[in-house]
Design a protein. Structure first.
Length: 54
């Protein structure tokens, strides 16, 4: 299980979910929205912000 409060946990979960989505951006948007719903704030401001970490 990944810790979704960390960048590493977000990234690992993103990689696990990626095959389920048509594009990288759709996967990112889904995961970022889920994190916002759970934690009350997004992990990243945008997909481009996320790409700086990968």
């Amino acid at each position: 299980m990944n810790d979704l409060t960390t960048t590493k946990g977000f990234y690992n979960t993103y990689l696990n979910l990626l095959p389920q989505f048509e594009t990288q951006k759709k996967c990112f948007d889904f995961l970022n929205a889920e994190i916002e719903m759970i934690n009350g704030e997004k992990m990243f401001f945008s997909f481009m912000d996320f790409k700086k970490y990968i």
